[in-house]
Design a protein around this ligand. Structure first.
Ligand code: PNS
Length: 168
């Protein structure tokens, strides 16, 4: 029987966007199992907690039967080894992403020669979306509709309301 192909889609997902969802959908169709790996790095002071981001990603990934969501600490290559993954999946939106992704892919392969990185381009309809810009919009009180899945929009709206209540 051919070996099952396990891929990891790692990231900060702060917050998960429709661009991430697009990559999850494409990768879920390519591999037997896709593990969405969320780097748990509190020193980055994320907008949403690790627990919230994992819960949101699980909601977003629920329609895909072969996708699981987990957080990880430390090196991505160690997480990949622990899950018997042979592939890392990352999305690239354009040239600006490519240099960084290539460097990361080559460094990860240096540390773990059996591990290849597959770079997927998202649909042009979502290729402009970045978590950094979504964070800016959300922090400045703008609407993130159409940039993030509905569950994430609801979480960001609730967070904004909680912030407003605290200010009064
Ligand atoms: O969504 P991001 O922030 O671009 O994802 C970057 C991430 C989390 C994939 C990368 O920073 C990572 O894997 N960090 C874990 C530590 C590690 O393995 N560093 C060496 C990577 S070359």
């Amino acid at each position: 029987m051919p070996q099952s192909r396990i891929a990891i889609f790692p990231g900060s997902f702060d917050p998960p966007t429709l661009g991430h969802l697009d990559i999850i959908q494409r990768a879920a169709a390519m591999f037997d199992t896709l593990v969405v790996g969320l780097l748990d790095n509190p020193s980055k002071h994320p907008m949403l907690s690790t627990v919230d981001r994992v819960a949101l990603l699980r909601k977003v990934a629920a329609p895909f039967g072969n996708v699981t969501v987990e957080s990880y600490h430390g090196l991505l290559v160690d997480f990949a080894r622990s899950r018997q993954a042979s592939v890392i999946v990352r999305g690239i939106r354009g040239g600006a992403d490519l240099d960084y992704e290539r460097q990361m892919a080559d460094t990860n392969r240096h540390m773990h020669p059996g591990l290849d990185t597959v770079l997927l381009t998202p649909s042009p309809a979502v290729a402009h979306i970045s978590s950094t810009l979504v964070r800016q919009i959300a922090n400045l009180g703008g609407s993130v509709r159409g940039l993030v899945p509905e569950a994430v929009e609801a979480a960001l709206t609730a967070r904004a309301h909680a912030g407003r209540t605290q200010q009064v």
